[in-house]
Unconditional design. Structure first.
Length: 187
């Protein structure tokens, strides 16, 4: 078809003309690099995730082994003992040292007064029955008790005269528990 009725429409030889414009494939290359970068990041994260999952599984197995080694009955007993010791230490901390109270009561006793019965209660109350030689000895005993800083209240109950001339009386003494609690120290 080179020659049609003497006209030559196409040249016999064709030369290839290449036009190269700089940067025309830049977006394609950038996209490929970005895709490779994203794929490597996803691969790295997947590898990191799988290594973390392996560590978690290893730690879980170690915890399961430790859990199997535990003696839960012994742990319950230890917790119960700990609670009981806390209660006992609180009770011991608030314990009234009655020996200190008796010692204080002995120092406050008048010579002419003889105790016949003594009852101590946990609320700091002392109920006593005693014999006094006369009313002045009874008055000195009450005055001695009221002068003490450890005694907060005194209640004189009944007074009866006996055939031997002595007076039988009942006293209710309320002591300051805080003075008898702190490490057995009476102030």
């Amino acid at each position: 078809m080179a020659d049609v009725k003497g006209l030559q429409l196409l040249p016999e030889t064709r030369k290839k003309i290449e036009v190269v414009m700089p940067g025309e494939n830049r977006w394609l290359y950038s996209g490929i690099i970005f895709l490779i970068l994203c794929a490597s990041i996803v691969g790295g994260l997947y590898f990191y995730s799988s290594s973390l999952s392996a560590k978690i599984a290893e730690i879980d197995s170690q915890l399961a082994a430790m859990e199997g080694d535990r003696d839960s009955a012994f742990e319950r007993e230890v917790l119960t003992l700990n609670k009981q010791l806390a209660l006992i230490s609180q009770l011991a901390g608030n314990h009234i040292y009655w020996t200190k109270s008796l010692d204080k009561l002995e120092t406050l006793a008048v010579d002419q007064v003889q105790l016949t019965s003594l009852k101590m209660e946990s609320d700091g109350k002392i109920a006593l029955s005693a014999l006094a030689g006369n009313y002045s000895a009874l008055a000195r005993q009450i005055a001695s008790l009221t002068a003490s800083d450890a005694v907060t209240d005194i209640d004189l109950g009944t007074i009866k005269g006996r055939t031997d001339g002595k007076l039988e009386f009942n006293l209710s003494i309320l002591i300051d528990k805080s003075r008898m609690i702190l490490n057995g120290q009476s102030r």
